[in-house]
Design a protein around this ligand. Sequence first.
Ligand code: SAH
Length: 212
Amino acid sequence: MEDWEARAERMVLSQIEARGIRDENILEAFRNVPRHLFVPEGLRKWAYDDNPLPLGNGQTISQPYMVALMTSRLDVVAGMKVLEVGTGSGYQAAILARMGAEVYSIERIASLARSASLLLKELGYPVKVRYGDGRLGLPEEAPFDRIIVTAVAPSVPSALMEQCALDARLVIPLGFPDGTERLLTRIKKGERFKDEWGEYCRFVSLLEGTVE
Ligand code: SAH
C-alpha cells in the first residue's frame, strides 16, 4: 500500500484544497497528522477516504473535509486557547494542536477520552483531554479564544457562550426540528454575538452526562 504521507497529500489536494480551503496552515496540518492512527485498526485502509468512519461506541470520526471546513470557520491562529467539545478519536484536536493552538478537549465517554489522550500523548500533541460533559464547558480554564463543538445540538449551550473571550468564535452544528443540521459560526463582538450560517451537515448528537 502507498505510504500514509502520500495518501494524506492526495486527500489534501482532492478533498480539501479542491473544495476551496487554501489556508496553508490548515493544509499543512492535514498533511502532517497521521489520520490512519486515529481510526480503528481494521478501518485503516479507508482512513484517508472522503467520508466519516465509525469509532465504536456509536461515534464517528468526521469526514476530512468537514474537519477542515470547521477548522477554517474557527479561524485559529497559533497561541490561541481553544476548547473542543467531543474529542472522539482526537483527530480534530491533533489538527488544532499542529496549528499551534493550546487545545483543551472534553469527551463524555470515558474509554474514548482515555484512548484519545494516550494517542495524542504518544504522537507528541500537547492536547489536554478531559472526561466530562462538554455542554458545561471548562469553567476553570475559561475564557477561550475559540470553541468548537463536534456533535449536533438543538441550541448553543449557554455555558459555552459564557466561556467565550472577547472576539471569540464558536463553531457548532445545530439541528432543527425537520431533521436538518447546519454549521453555525457565532462570533462575539463586545457583549453581543453575530451569527453566520454555513453548510448543511450530519453529526452525532451532543448528549447529557457521562458514560463510564
Ligand atoms: N472530533 C472528533 C469526532 C467527534 S464525534 C474526532 O475528531 O474524532 C462526537 C463526539 O462527541 C463523540 O465522541 C461523543 O461521545 C462526544 N460527545 C457527545 N456529547 C458530548 C458531551 N456532552 N460532552 C463531551 N463529548 C460529547
